[in-house]
Design a protein around this ligand. Structure first.
Ligand code: DI6
Ligand code: FE
Length: 398
């Protein structure tokens, strides 16, 4: 659809808090927002646009899921069952289960299978008004499979109306063939795969898993040095299960985001504040792993570190495709406010991906919009298992 005006809306622009406009309208042209404001101030130049009344519904920016591992082979329902029979996540990981079992299944999967099996998960996100999804590699851990995952991720946008950003996560786990040789894995596989993926235009950002069961800060730093050479932004899984200084390392590289951060201390929070790094909060993994350590939300607030919220959609620690549920969990489990939750999946999620033209309803931004059958934006985080989406608009198209 081309030029149009949507009116009779309650609009949460997400510019300064909710940025609520009670009787609002937006004008869209060429897939972008050309005007937004109170209906009675609509400029004359938009009055001949096709006009649709939304009958008092709420409009927000479309949602952004800034952290997923949505491409993978197999699933881990069996490990879910084992955990419920007493095994811990770390024990499963050390016994070749966990991430490594998904690596085996992913290596066996074709690019077509990886794409096709991800599409139902993508569709679940789209049905909740999501228009941007970050997708990580990291279940290949060899050059060919890492590239195949990223190609499958890129292909999603040819099959669905959604914008995909790709993140190279070669430093996710040490594969069995490099057991106890993490440094060799970084030099011989991870870094060459990063260079190859970048040469193919498959990488928008570089990530790592900085944890005792994965990679040390020094090992991650070697990957980040290559990212820097390639002019790629970085982000990091940090302080999820323990505090080994991942967030501080990420901050020293000017990372876009530090993700999970349940075990982050105040010093780490200050480091994020100084570097302008977003704190990406992932309550789905906390919930699934029945963690008890909550991320330092108060300290993040005190030091003005913007918080993003994401599903962390993956087959092990967060088999979740609902960003609305992530919002609810962020509020109920971590005491985030409904406003913080909505900022976390709009304006701050855009920043966690380094995207400048989405996440708020502002003139010049992409016309990525969600229209909801609700009255107030707090209802998005308040409900559990209820999807009030009325219409999703992607680049001006519904
Ligand atoms: N942290 C996580 O929560 C996911 N990856 C990571 O580094 C878990 C991935 C998995 O268990 O498959
Ligand atoms: Fe993750």
């Amino acid at each position: 659809m081309s030029d149009q005006v949507l009116s009779n809306l309650r609009i949460a622009t997400m510019v300064e808090g909710y940025g609520l406009i009670d009787d609002g309208a937006v004008a869209l042209s060429n897939g972008h927002i050309s005007w937004v404001g109170p209906s009675n101030e609509l400029p004359a130049e938009f009055k001949n646009f096709a006009k649709t009344s939304l009958e008092g519904r709420l409009m927000t920016p479309a949602l952004i899921d800034c952290h997923t591992h949505i491409i993978f082979g197999g699933n881990r329902a069996n490990e879910f069952e084992m955990r419920l029979n007493g095994a811990t996540y770390e024990e499963l990981a050390r016994a070749g289960g966990g991430i490594i079992s998904t690596v085996k299944a992913t290596r066996e999967a074709s690019q077509e299978f990886l794409l096709e099996s991800a599409l139902p998960r993508i569709d679940a996100m789209i049905a909740e008004g999501v228009t941007v999804i970050e997708v990580k590699s990291g279940y290949g851990l060899d050059l060919e499979t890492e590239l195949r995952m990223l190609r499958a991720a890129r292909a999603i946008a040819q099959h669905r109306p959604v914008r995909i950003t790709t993140t190279f996560l070669g430093a996710h786990a040490v594969p069995p063939e490099y057991k106890n040789r993490a440094d060799d894995y970084i030099d011989q596989i991870c870094i060459p795969a990063l260079r190859a993926a970048d040469a193919e235009g498959l990488v928008d950002a570089v990530d790592g898993f900085c944890e005792n069961i994965a990679f040390s800060p020094a090992q991650i730093a070697r990957v980040f040095d290559v990212a820097k050479q390639l002019k790629l932004p970085v982000k990091l899984h940090a302080e999820q299960l323990s505090n080994i200084g991942g967030a501080k390392l990420a901050a020293s590289y000017g990372a876009l985001s530090a993700d999970h951060i349940e075990y982050l201390d105040e010093e780490g929070v200050i480091a994020l504040a100084k570097s302008g790094t977003i704190a990406a909060i992932l309550p789905g993994a906390f919930y699934t792993l029945r963690e008890s350590q909550v991320p330092p939300i108060d300290a993040l607030r005190r030091h003005n570190v913007p918080m993003a919220l994401a599903t962390d959609c993956n087959p092990g620690s967060s088999p979740m495709t609902s960003l609305l549920l992530a919002m609810n969990m962020g509020c109920t489990l971590f005491r985030m406010t409904p406003l913080e939750a909505l900022k976390g999946v709009t304006i701050n999620a855009a920043q966690a991906l380094g995207l400048k033209n989405c996440g708020t309803l502002s003139v010049g931004n992409r016309a990525d919009l969600a229209i909801w059958n609700i009255q107030h934006p707090a209802e998005l985080a308040y409900r559990i298992g209820f999807n009030p989406l009325h219409t999703r608009i992607f680049g001006g198209q519904s």
